[in-house]
Design a protein around this ligand. Sequence first.
Ligand code: ATP
Ligand code: MG
Length: 219
Amino acid sequence: MTTVDNTLSALPKKDMSHSDSIDADVKHQKRMAARKAVMDKKIAAATEERGVLILLKGNGKGKSSSAFGTMARCVGHGKKAAVVQFSKGRTETGEYKLFKDHNLIDWHVMGHGFTWETQDKTQDIAAAKQAWSVAEALLNNEQYEMLVFDEMSYMFKYGYLDVLPVVEALKKRPRHQHVIITGRTMATPLQDIADTISVVQDERHAFRLGVKAQQGIEY
Ligand code: ATP
Ligand code: MG
């Protein structure tokens, strides 16, 4: 079967003389120069260097993978990082297999699984507290340049942890330390002290098209 692509031939033909095209180039160059001037001014105004608190929230796919991607970026520069996974989910994710033995990464898998799977609140609270004690010690340790608290936000949503002691510990952490927290919903006190908040919006997900969770994509 042959398919004919009519897309280009269907477009109206526009005559462009040589001088029109030079005009367009000059206009483009002026626009880019103006944009560069604005960007240069903004870059010159951002002079501070310090650890940032990044929150990755929303119902779309890409929060945890973005956090681990940023951690790879950091570790690639020889900086030390740690992960605390507050909700275990799947045990052997690709990122865990890749990073667990890296000499600059400490990876702590806490929790017992998804809350609707365990259905045991007492056990979940104990796991949350244990995970927080690990996370709190990391926030006191200036050797770590980056901490990822994956799926931490659920601890506040379900009332397993109080958010205020977490806010206090985040405020007191070493000045150079970056922290990334992921989870669909974020507690307001965390948002109040965050430097960067990104919302990963769910527009479409393959799962709803009948595609199962696949190795290398979901885990
Ligand atoms: P990822 O780990 O792929 O970056 P995530 O951290 O943004 O995803 P979570 O909310 O932690 O997503 O959900 C965990 C799993 O659920 C992921 O494997 C993801 O593919 C899947 N998932 C995320 N968003 C949706 C969605 N809107 N519909 C169906 N499944 C989803
Ligand atoms: Mg996640």
